[in-house]
Design a protein around this ligand. Structure first.
Ligand code: AMP
Ligand code: ZN
Ligand code: MN
Length: 876
């Protein structure tokens, strides 16, 4: 009864609040029509009290500063270095010595699987302390969390469900937000095993909101993985293990509401209540599987240990706030990219620079407004609404209102309604520079007489924002020397340009999944690859979001069987060096100049050796690689650059080996040759004869001293060019370029993840990384063996595809040497050396789990794989 009254009251209040907001907005709309005053009434937040505004302390605020992790006091009194995992040692110990076999998930005796009617609602500090005491006495307990994400910028945990064998607890983490640290010790206690299902998010949310770190966990989703269950969802386990149904649609409910509806309570309890039973049944199965598969006691627990290891790996994850170079940048890029793709070829609107500019402005504004008001960006202004505004160019606040309403099929958000003027100014291009919008908006909203209230969420936004802006602004510096700042500014500008021009605009990894017909995960890949299988009826869709398919045929091998776990994890679209997420470039850990010369089947671990890096980390890694190339050059006695070239026809008989000191001077430097030929062809008739003679001399040296014709000059010009330049040059001259190697496809799109290449050739070989021979030398095509070289000098024949100006010839010689002296192992060792160079230079903190300097990537290749060495022999 009482509860019912409360619900009624809550609904009435909510309706009243909603109506008030709408009326107020409408009132302002009308008033603006009459007066169009720029400083309109105040923000909706003055009347809309959101539950999180009751929090006294927030660990992850909405500013652009990074997240600070818990600092654990060390035994010697010192601090652990900041932003390490505070329990790294404890978790690593568990990884090395898994203890899962010590835990019993159900105590013997009577146990009823049924969920009773009673549960404990925990909402006071006292009750929370009692819960902590209860849990401290347990060996195991089950956990699940619900978060709210629509009306909050970063999202917050709205409920934690904890179940012991005896009781279900629902912890009101909104009421108890500021005292949740009471539960910290039980969660980080390695003597208590916490059972989750699909813990990846929960672990991060607990860190973000409460600095709670989970140590010792069993994730039943990971157990599913190890047992190769056909599905890994909790709904599947509830059904198949416990015979219980659940309605997963409830996970999208507004978990802030109090009291929770009966249905929501039931759903929330269900998510934790059965986990201990499921864990019990699955660990039994894991042990059983171990005994079946092996009689030796060592292997007996291998399945169990693997499930434990994978679970505790999740605990090592650290929450990070997404950082980006400029507010809203990543969202804007992906929006534009998706829009362009969706439009196909009639993309005249979206190619319009004004459209893109407005999308960027709106996204920046949306990002900042979301932070100021602690709302999600999608609540402030949906993606569709951004596109609608940028395409329709509405001119009045009313049109803007209508444009958004139409796109969303609902009234614009409260943020929009109380800040329509900003949007209006942007669509009118009155605020054209992003740098201008942000300080203006910030000052207007939070400044000295700002319209919006200041809270714990946006306070540090105000404090920290100035520093962010001064870094970007070109305004003359106040304190530091002009030069210094100017330098920094131009460096920054050129860096920005570089990022804009070369970084990947859309996520590189789509992280769609492909399962084998026995339910085992085969790989992550992009949407295109899924569609390829689907369109041929070779697979069926098993999950919508994120997309996953199951193959209907028996694929070749399984990644785990081949010790290639690396290939079956999702990858983040972030810099593996520093974790930056708003832009990234592909970086080849093994430089292309070597890699292109590897035998095809050794090129196959591309997804391991091509990583994403931000511009800054890219620079560091690249510099280290260039230094190391010099070391390689010295070690192998193979110079990096070709010193001299000579036409092979004219050098007839001159054996490379037999050339004495005298013929060291034979030939000419490729750069000189190119410059000379170019100048002669362009300005030959107009230059003074002495200069002309000098240049001719250079070209003649290439041809062994003989007189040269116009045609010879043309040929000479091509020799000094990179293959890419050569093609461009020929195209310009109207010569059609012969595609000598038609199987070469330049794929620029998604090659950082090997699985993301186009359709698989044989269709049965999903473990294979690439189905096409990928042009790794930047569009240069595969080199042909047209040069004979010796000690940096080269006898040159026509049509070589190898650039003489880069490190191509060096790379080719090094790889040939390795193969000749040490065979394929030589190449593998060489790869390891490069991985070590990379790790030593960058100390990357975000490499995908399983990435390894010693990665061998030995894998089985399908019958039709381009990497299949036997195939190479039989066709070649
Ligand atoms: P669960 O443990 O499956 O109930 O999910 C935990 C939380 O994840 C929910 O409270 C939601 O905040 C979020 N969540 C999970 N799946 C979805 C989804 N499909 N749509 C929106 N939110 C989701
Ligand atoms: Zn506001
Ligand atoms: Mn749940």
């Amino acid at each position: 009864m009482v509860v019912n009254e409360k619900v009624k009251l809550a609904i009435t209040v909510a309706t009243l609040v909603a109506a008030t907001v709408l009326l107020a907005a409408e009132y302002r709309r009308r008033r603006r029509k009459q007066t169009s005053s720029p400083r309109s009434s105040s923000c909706y937040l003055h009347s809309d009290k959101k539950p999180q505004f009751g929090f006294k302390r927030v660990l992850a605020d909405n500013s652009y500063s990074g997240f600070k992790h818990l600092k654990k006091k060390l035994e010697d009194g010192g601090d652990k270095p900041s932003n390490c995992h505070p329990y790294e040692t404890e978790i690593t110990a568990l990884l090395e010595n898994p203890r899962l076999d010590e835990f019993e998930f159900l105590r013997g005796g009577e146990y009823s699987l049924e969920m009773s009617d009673s549960y404990v609602w925990v909402e006071t500090e006292f009750e929370l302390k009692k819960l902590a005491e209860t849990l401290a006495k347990e060996k195991v307990f089950a956990v699940d969390t619900e978060q709210h994400s629509l009306r909050s910028f970063l999202g917050f945990t709205a409920l934690i469900q904890i179940s012991t064998q005896e009781e279900d607890f629902l912890v009101d983490t909104i009421a108890l937000h500021d005292v949740m640290s009471i539960l910290r010790p039980v969660f980080s206690n390695p003597d208590i095993c916490k059972v989750f299902h699909g813990a990846d998010n929960d672990v991060l949310w607990l860190q973000r909101d409460f600095h709670i770190y989970v140590v010792n966990m069993l994730d039943t989703a990971k157990a599913c993985e190890v047992l190769a269950k056909p599905q890994r969802s909790l709904a599947y386990l509830l059904e198949s293990v416990c015979g219980v149904g659940t309605n997963k649609l409830l996970q999208r409910e507004d978990w802030r509401q109090r009291p929770l509806s009966e249905e929501m309570v039931r759903y929330a309890r269900t998510d934790a209540h059965y986990l201990l039973y499921i864990a019990d049944s699955m660990t039994a199965e894991l042990k059983q599987r171990g005994t079946e598969d092996s009689s030796s006691t060592d292997d007996k627990f291998s399945f169990l240990l693997e499930a434990s290891r994978r679970s505790n790996m999740i605990c090592l994850q650290l929450y990070t706030k997404e950082t980006e170079d400029f507010p809203g940048n990543a969202a804007a890029s992906s929006l534009i990219y998706r829009h362009l793709n969706g439009h196909g070829d009639n993309s005249s609107i979206s190619l319009d620079p004004k459209f893109q500019e407005l999308v960027r402005e709106l996204c920046a504004w949306r990002d900042l407004m979301a932070r100021i008001h602690d709302e999600s960006t999608r609540y402030v202004l949906s993606d569709q609404a951004v596109i609608a505004l940028a395409s329709n160019h509405p001119t009045t606040p009313e049109d803007i209102h209508d444009s958004i309403s139409q796109a969303d099929e609902s009234t614009p958000s409260a943020v929009i309604c109380s800040h329509l003027d900003d949007v209006h100014q942007m669509t009118q291009h009155k605020l054209s520079k992003l740098d201008v919008i942000l300080p203006l908006v910030l000052d207007k909203c939070l400044g000295t007489d700002g319209t919006c209230p200041i809270s714990v969420f946006n306070y540090s936004l105000l404090v920290n924002f100035n520093t962010k802006l001064t870094h970007r602004s070109s305004a003359p510096p106040k304190r530091n020397g002009h030069n210094n700042n100017l330098k920094r500014f131009t460096r920054k500008t050129s860096r920005d340009l570089f990022v804009k021009k070369f970084s990947c605009k859309a996520p590189v990894y789509h992280n769609c999944r492909i399962y084998a017909n026995d339910g085992r995960l085969l790989c992550y890949c992009d949407r295109r690859k899924l569609e390829w299988y689907m369109s041929r009826g070779l697979a069926k869709l098993v999950e919508e979001d994120p997309l996953a398919i199951m193959l209907l045929f028996e694929p070749k091998g399984r990644p785990e069987d081949e010790g290639n776990d690396f290939y079956i994890q999702s990858k983040k679209n972030i810099c593996v060096g520093c974790g930056q997420g708003d832009h990234y470039l592909r970086y080849r850990i093994i430089p292309s100049c070597y890699r292109v010369h590897f035998p095809e089947h050794l090129k196959s671990h591309r997804s391991h050796d091509i990583v994403l890096l931000c511009v800054d980390c890219h620079e560091v890694a690249h510099a280290a690689a260039e230094r190391y190339k010099k070391e390689v050059a010295a070690e192998f006695g193979i110079p990096l650059f070709v010193r001299r070239v000579m036409d092979s026809k004219e050098a007839n008989g001159t054996e490379c080996e037999s050339t004495g000191g005298e013929s060291e001077d034979a030939g000419v430097s490729p750069l000189h040759l190119r410059t000379a030929a170019m100048a002669l062809l362009r300005h030959g008739n107009r230059m003074p004869s002495s200069r002309r003679e000098e240049l001719l001399q250079t070209v003649k040296m290439y041809y062994g001293g003989r007189d040269v014709t116009e045609e010879d000059l043309e040929k000479a010009l091509l020799i000094g060019m990179s293959p890419h330049e050569r093609r461009k040059h020929e195209r310009k001259k109207g010569v059609s370029v012969k595609q000598e190697n038609s199987n070469i496809v330049a794929t620029d799109a998604t090659d950082a993840n090997g699985f993301e290449e186009g359709p698989p050739p044989g269709g049965d070989d999903v473990n294979e990384e690439s189905s096409v021979v990928v042009d790794e030398s930047g569009g240069d095509g595969a080199p042909e063996l047209n040069d004979t070289q010796c000690n940096g000098n080269i006898l040159h024949q026509q049509n070589s595809k190898l650039s003489l100006l880069g490190h191509g010839p060096h790379g080719k010689q090094v790889v040939e040497y390795l193969l000749k002296e040490h065979g394929e192992d030589g190449v593998r060792d060489f790869c390891q050396r490069w991985r070590k160079v990379f790790v030593d230079a960058l100390h990357p903190r975000h490499l995908p789990g399983g990435w390894d300097v010693t990665h061998s990537g030995r894998r089985d290749f399908g019958e039709f794989s381009v990497y299949n060495p036997t195939k190479k022999v039989s066709t070649g």
